[in-house]
Design a protein around this ligand. Structure first.
Ligand SMILES: Cc1cc2nc3c(=O)[nH]c(=O)nc-3n(C[C@H](O)[C@H](O)[C@H](O)COP(=O)(O)O)c2cc1C
Length: 212
């Protein structure tokens, strides 16, 4: 007999009707982001980033949304990481915000591109010193021999920069996801959830309702 996980919850807290949504998906996202921040959840800006290599093999991991502007969604990472290599091969990606506290999920799909060096430098300077050193010390996604390797790398880079300003590594920076699809999901009673999708048509965002 299979053993099922009996975590079942009714979604009763809100609804998402065509009459309620903002015609601009960025505005709608901001409104929901404000509400998840108010909920006090630990990482309101954490999103699952899914990328895919040239052979259509997908891979997902969490990244933190660090900026949202009129063009798109920005996160920071190591350009030589697994995700960085996949993005080189295939720029299409999705960001998924799992907002359990508000019984919501937002799916954003689009194309990734590197942000400019100056913006990456400005953001890098705002990171705590330990995180700046870590960006140099960690060859993200590479096989390493031991934990000790990382600690030695950290020590060496601290020595290298000593009291100098820590510059941004050339292999570390930001990506911007330019969306061409948004989906806002609101949990409802008896699994009859609300799903509103935004898609572009003639340079305007249109909306349509999807079955749950
Ligand atoms: C809450 C949370 C936030 C994270 N934020 C980032 C991030 O902003 N950038 C990043 O490169 N990795 C972040 N990570 C680590 C990634 O999930 C992942 O392990 C790492 O980027 C290597 O992924 P890759 O091998 O697929 O390239 C975060 C992990 C967690 C759990």
């Amino acid at each position: 007999m299979p053993v099922f996980l009996h975590y079942r919850k009714e979604y009763l807290s809100d609804s998402l009707l065509e009459s309620q949504v903002n015609p601009d998906p960025f505005f709608q996202f901001h409104q929901w982001l404000d509400q998840i921040i108010e909920s006090g959840t630990a990482y309101p800006n954490a999103a699952v980033l899914s990328t895919c290599n040239k052979n259509y093999r997908p891979s997902s991991r969490i990244v933190l949304l660090k900026e949202l502007n009129e063009e798109g969604f920005i996160f920071f990472t190591n350009y030589q990481s697994k995700k960085g290599r996949q993005i080189e091969e295939n720029p299409y990606a999705s960001l998924l915000f799992p907002w359990h506290e508000t019984e919501r999920q937002v799916r954003i799909e689009g194309t990734l591109k590197k942000i400019d060096d100056l913006t990456a430098d400005i953001y890098f300077k705002t990171r705590p010193e330990g995180a700046q050193i870590a960006a140099w010390a960690s060859p993200q996604s590479e096989k390493i021999e031991s934990r000790e390797f990382l600690e030695i790398q950290e020590k060496n880079y601290r020595k290298k920069f000593n009291s100098e300003d820590i510059t941004r590594p050339p292999f570390w920076g930001g990506y911007l996801l330019k969306p061409d699809l948004f989906e806002f999901w609101q949990g409802r009673e008896n699994r009859l959830h609300d799903r509103i999708e935004y898609y572009p048509e003639n340079n305007k965002w249109k909306i349509r309702r999807l079955a749950p």
